[in-house]
Design a protein around this ligand. Structure first.
Ligand SMILES: [Zn+2]
Length: 55
């Protein structure tokens, strides 16, 4: 199953979306995005709460 993380769900004014069939990959990509784009160090548990089914 493909899941996604939508950056706007974290309260950001941002249209970044990452999709993957690996939750670990999703968390890794989303945290990298947050750090590089928003200068926010999101904790892993918080990022995992943003995971939802894609589509
Ligand atoms: Zn973003």
């Amino acid at each position: 199953m493909v899941n996604q993380i939508v950056c706007a769900d974290a309260g950001m004014d941002c249209d970044f979306v990452v999709r993957s069939d690996s939750d670990d990959e999703l968390v890794r990509m989303a945290r990298m995005h947050g750090e590089h784009r928003h200068n926010v160090d999101m904790d892993e548990a918080g990022v995992r709460e943003l995971i939802k089914p894609a589509g």
